[in-house]
Design a binder for this molecule. Structure first.
Ligand SMILES: [Zn+2]
Length: 429
């Protein structure tokens, strides 16, 4: 008998499955984003229409805006492998530079002009979005650098903000990013964009002499602290989304990021109603971690989290941590009980975890727990309960947008849900 289960893993892998069913989609691995520090922002607008710059564009390399620049990195595992910079000026949207193997750029090309609105919204929602003022503003926030503030009410589960990648870096060469050659590629990649300043303004980091970093050093810093880990064309990449990288972190965020199947577009969706004046936040971390572990992981962004969860009273924080630790323990307990054949006891523990997740407002994690309950009830031949839990999971996934903008809920019955989650929770006798 073999059980493979880990709450976070299941959550992430299953959401990846749902979002990209069958396709080689990116993971919902909100590995990071950063804390923007610059006060001289020039945030990208929705669908900005840029005039092509004749000085920097060269038609002879069409569809690329510049002659692709390639190197054979000394540090690459295969010395004969080329890594190149390909820059593309989107027709409607910011330009993008891709650093990686030439095949990646070629494969990605047909997707570079994808319209995020048509991916994340229904046609009705898209036309409403285009005809109403945007619901947020990018501006300085006292003590936090730049942030994003709601200027109008943003309804729960609505997708209200979109962005397209400006830089995509295949992580293979990036792992060797200390190599000066990588710095030069990145510097070229940024320089070839129509608006390099949009990328460069994301950092005001100083070097060891207290001077503002410049050139490749600054650009490397921007990628280090602002990019998302995502999967593009089966390659693990770092992708930079300049607008979305202005959103600050909160451990209990009011919004979250969704990737398009190609990985080059993202949409921001509200977990809750967000009121005018409220800061829009996403989590740079997996949900559900207790305070100490959150803070350890946030160290890499060099800031001390002052989100409502972290600045709650010691008692409230202790209560929250206790619940979160109990949720983690429950996962293991459920598996052990399952292994022992104590299904009824496993169900009780899972039900307890559900209540704790609700108290901690960890809605996405509920999908996992509900599917666990669906399986446990199946083992007891309690098909009705099992179907109910599968339906509850499907409902959350629908609300969170992981079944697409217009899902056919008739399709997402118990069988399909079990199949979808099969990758995450495998029980073999
Ligand atoms: Zn926090």
């Amino acid at each position: 008998m073999q059980i493979l289960a880990s709450s976070t893993f299941i959550l992430l892998s299953s959401i990846g499955y749902f979002q990209h069913a069958g396709a080689s989609g990116p993971l919902l691995d909100i590995q990071h984003l950063l804390r923007p520090e610059s006060t001289s922002s020039s945030p990208t607008q929705h669908h900005p229409k840029h005039a092509s710059n004749p000085k920097t564009s060269d038609k002879s390399y069409a569809p690329w805006a510049h002659k692709p620049h390639c190197i054979y990195p000394q540090t690459a595992p295969n010395k004969r492998e080329r890594f190149c910079v390909h820059t593309y000026h989107r027709q409607y949207g910011p330009s993008i530079s891709i650093i990686g193997k030439p095949e990646m750029a070629t494969d990605l090309l047909p997707k570079l002009d994808e319209d995020p609105l048509s991916i994340f919204l229904t046609p009705t929602q898209a036309s409403e979005y285009l005809t109403t003022p945007r619901k947020y503003d990018v501006r300085p926030i006292p003590g936090k650098g730049i942030g994003v503030i709601a200027t109008q009410k943003i309804p729960q589960y609505s997708t209200f903000m979109f962005d397209q990648a400006s830089i995509v870096v295949d992580l293979e060469p990036d792992e060797k990013k200390s190599a000066p050659e990588y710095g030069r590629l990145l510097h070229l990649a940024v320089g070839q964009l129509r608006e390099p300043v949009v990328v460069r303004n994301l950092s005001t980091a100083n070097d060891e002499r207290g001077l503002r970093k410049r050139g490749a050093e600054l650009e490397g810093d921007v990628m280090e602290t602002n990019s998302f880990a995502t999967k593009v064309e089966d390659a693990q990449t770092k992708a930079l989304f300049p607008l979305v990288s202005r959103i600050n972190h909160a451990c209990n965020p009011n919004a979250f990021v969704m990737f398009s199947p190609s990985g080059v577009s993202i949409g921001i969706k509200a977990y809750h109603d967000i009121l005018p004046g409220e800061e829009i936040t996403i989590s740079y971390l997996f949900l559900g971690l207790p305070t100490l572990r959150r803070h350890e992981r946030l160290e890499k962004w060099g800031f001390k989290c002052t989100c409502p969860l972290c600045s709650a009273s010691p008692n409230a924080r202790f209560a929250s941590d206790t619940r979160r630790i109990r949720i983690e323990e429950a996962e293991k307990e459920i598996i052990d009980l399952w292994r022992d054949g104590q299904i009824q006891a496993a169900i009780r523990v899972a039900e307890e975890a559900v209540e704790l997740m609700k108290e901690e407002d960890l809605t996405p994690m509920l999908t996992d727990e509900y599917m666990m309950l669906a399986r446990l009830h199946m083992l007891r031949q309690e098909i009705e309960e099992s179907e109910d839990y599968a339906a509850m999971t499907a409902e959350i996934l629908k609300n969170l947008g992981f079944l697409g903008p217009e899902p056919d809920m008739g399709e997402w019955g118990l069988e399909k849900m079990l199949e979808a989650y099969g990758e995450g929770v495998i029980y073999r006798a």
